[in-house]
Write a protein that binds this ligand. Sequence first.
Ligand code: SF4
Length: 183
Amino acid sequence: MRQLEMMSNFVRLAAHLQPDSVVDGPGIRCVIWAQGCGHNCPGCHNPQTHPFDSGNVVSIDELCEQISAYGQNITLSGGDPFFQSDSFAKIAKFAKSIGLTVWAYTGFTFETLINNEQYLNLLKYVDVLVDGRFDISKKSSECKFRGSTNQRLIDVKQSLINKNVVLWSDEFDTFQIKNNTYF
Ligand code: SF4
């Protein structure tokens, strides 16, 4: 699968850092919007983030300074940050080093990511992964923090330890409460 070629200390973003989000994971979070996505999910809400040559090229050092100044847990969204896994691994590693949690959205499945060294390099700094392509036929307003019921909220650390997907639990997820499952 394609990786966006970036100079080692830069990342391509679709927008400025977005602090104070309350819909991209629990609590108040700072969202980093990756530019570039090759999944082409029908009904995607962010088609402007798909081209790999659009958006803005940003210094990772400057971005980390901004993350530190906001001091909010971060969410990697897009676009798909795993198309720039080397750059986003540096950003996620920095966030973890100053005590922040990291959520990441991807169109890849967890099973695909763990079988690729480059993807794993980013995944190992992610606390919760929202995985899978958006499926418009499974769109549901009952899904908290995700668009369709096929997408999973995955506790990455526990999943890597168990070598099996362990779902992140959220007592306020009405879909999970009603169905006792994410599928
Ligand atoms: S993975 Fe996300 S950004 Fe990419 S096409 Fe699918 S919904 Fe859109």
